[in-house]
Design a binder for this molecule. Sequence first.
Ligand SMILES: C[S@@+](CC[C@H](N)C(=O)[O-])C[C@H]1O[C@@H](n2cnc3c(N)ncnc32)[C@H](O)[C@@H]1O
Length: 246
Amino acid sequence: MKNNDSILNNFLLNGFDLKEHLIEFLPIEPSKLDIFLENAKMELANLHPGDNSVDSSDFYEEIVGDKHLADLAAWHLTSKDYISKTLKLQQKFSKNLVLDFGGGIGTHALANAMSNNVEHVFFVDINKTNRDFVDFRAKKLGVEKKITFFKSIDETNIKQFDSITCLDVLEHLPDPSSQIDIFGSVMSKDAIALLNWYFYKGENYEYPFHIDDDEIVNRFFTVLQDKFIEIFHPLLITTRAYKKKI
Ligand SMILES: C[S@@+](CC[C@H](N)C(=O)[O-])C[C@H]1O[C@@H](n2cnc3c(N)ncnc32)[C@H](O)[C@@H]1O
């Protein structure tokens, strides 16, 4: 098991062997990988009609194919400094049974699985390609015994988690307030949830799939402020730490 510094250093070095994993899993010719990653954000946005005509579950479960995986990989590789700070935040708060909701390409779940403070990671993602990719990566990185994969929180059969990571997911859900309500119902008394959100479709509409409806966003902040209390942390990032109000 690696210590915290070496986990961070390995992420900063190569995103936990992310490019190698993509080349083998997709599979893709090594010479074509960089261009595939460069085009990923635009191609993902192009898959979305830009209105409400597509259900968000269908979009993330069916339509995205491997485009979302590529988009996330490109983002984690080009924003390593930001992502490494979110990993540092996990190191401060994650312990015992961890729920990673909407875990994507698995950077946070894999880092948690490498941590001595974490007993087990429950990786939940609606997208099967993402689940299969992270399962593949966990085996490559030798942490497969500490992580299991599910499509929904109910399937985990865990009543109380000690930590929750839910990063860059809430703005993709039709009703983010009900999701944080569910988080509250599965958090142990001392559990910490690490959450962020970006309720914005982008300056140039680069994120047509993000929720930005005022009513939905107001409801989200009302539930957040009613049911959770923020825990201060000194890292200058948008991700926040919360415990339940008792
Ligand atoms: C923008 S990605 C964020 C991935 C990861 N948390 C990160 O920080 O890189 C959003 C993820 O949420 C997943 N997702 C979307 N709707 C979901 C739902 N209803 N239940 C579980 N996962 C969902 C998507 O498949 C995708 O992997």
